[in-house]
Design a protein around this ligand. Structure first.
Ligand code: IVH
Length: 366
């Protein structure tokens, strides 16, 4: 086998193992075997620079020479969603869609897809011929920053697509998130280095994505979920099937996505997910409901700010009561002392809270 063939083979296999590990959460091999293959690939690539590929799995570690971001106009503006805060408001929205679409089926509603609302920072990815060409932040909705180099370090994002049937050119939108575990680790490190803490995983994800050092981005452990496919040649005429197709190309699409066709089902989904989200490894701040049929989406159209065919339902902010065990005083790298509340462990938004920094004197006083 020629070096070029072996390089191609290793890249393919490493992409496949990556996907199993980071998207499916079911590793196919040991870390050792993975590392050995990666080493072999790196060696061959350094011996044969003529076969370099910027999307090779060996380039996911990033570099510390990312230069400033270029602004890129979105092909279609990135809109926001209308918010609702109660089951009744969601039900009203479904009835409104049914009325506007002239749905006369009585108990049956037009099909609705329910999804998690991931609390991160939105991203638009452009693929051509099965390869990632650009990743752009939401920015002001009309144009955003080209953060391709940073996004390439996110292991769950396919650089080269798997499977078949993807459009020659498409855009996929999703949310970049920092999982709770990575968020906690990052803040612990920052506390030790006496750097300001991130208030929540959303700020941490947004801040990380805009860093000028993709090697550091790679280290922080971002993840990404996808929820919207845009193309002139979509595989299906409805949102749900398009997302299932995207999943088969290697994207992480939440398996909590559910297709429903009655208001009762939607109400049940809200109750169930408000419970289940607490077990998730990432922060969520609500649910999103979308009219499934693309034809019906087109008929419902948009207001000036958001689609009429989709709506967000926001969870109420969680509070929990627990007992303060003791206050410890922790010394950072520069000798600054921060008081820390040590608590009886309590479950809050999917994470077990045992400690809380007491650096915000004004908040602590209230
Ligand atoms: S759909 C045109 N689905 O929430 C519709 N957005 O408040 C595009 N978000 O800008 C958005 N999870 O950043 C959609 N499952 C989901 C989502 C989601 C999180 C974010 C997204 C959007 C914001 C709107």
């Amino acid at each position: 086998m020629s070096a070029q063939q072996r390089i191609t083979e290793l890249r393919k296999e490493l992409d496949r193992l990556n996907h199993a590990y980071y998207v499916e959460n079911s590793p196919l091999t040991s870390d050792y075997d993975y590392d050995m293959m990666m080493k072999e690939l790196e060696k061959l690539e350094s011996e044969h620079p003529e076969f370099d590929d910027p999307l090779s799995p060996s380039h996911r570690v990033g570099s510390d020479i990312t230069k400033g971001f270029t602004q890129v106009a979105h092909v279609r503006p990135m809109l926001s969603l209308g918010n609702t805060y109660s089951v009744e408001e969601v039900d009203d929205w479904i009835r409104r869609c049914n009325d506007l679409l002239g749905n006369l089926e009585g108990l049956k509603s037009v099909p609705i897809v329910g999804e998690m609302k991931f609390d991160g920072t939105s991203i638009s990815l452009i693929y051509e011929n099965g390869r990632l060409v650009r990743a752009v932040t939401r920015g002001d909705g009309e144009k955003g920053d080209d953060v391709t180099e940073n996004v390439k370090t996110i292991r769950s994002i396919p650089l080269v697509l798997q499977g078949s049937g993807y459009p020659q050119s498409f855009e996929i939108r999703g949310e970049i998130v920092l999982p709770w575990k990575a968020f906690d680790r990052l803040n612990e490190e920052r506390a030790f280095n006496e750097e300001p803490l991130f208030a929540n995983p959303r700020n941490a994800a947004a801040g990380t994505l805009k860093m000028q050092n993709s090697a550091e981005v790679s280290r922080r452990g971002l993840d990404a979920y996808f929820y919207y496919l845009i193309s002139d040649e979509l595989p299906a005429d409805n949102h749900y099937d398009n997302m299932i197709a995207a999943r088969s190309w290697g994207f992480k699409v939440s398996n909590l996505m559910t297709l429903m066709d009655s208001i009762e089902e939607v109400d049940g989904f809200i109750t169930r997910l408000d419970r289940e989200r607490k077990e998730l490894p990432v922060a969520t701040d609500g649910l999103v409901f979308k009219v499934n049929s693309l034809r019906q989406q087109l008929n419902l159209g948009y207001t000036s700010k958001s689609p009429r065919w989709a709506i967000a339902y926001k969870f109420s902010a969680e509070r929990a009561l627990t007992r303060l065990r003791f206050v410890s005083f922790e010394v950072g790298r520069m000798g600054v002392i921060t008081p820390v509340a040590n608590l009886e462990p309590v479950l809050l938004s999917g994470t077990i809270v045992k400690r809380a920094s007491l650096h915000n004197e004004d908040i602590v006083k209230t």
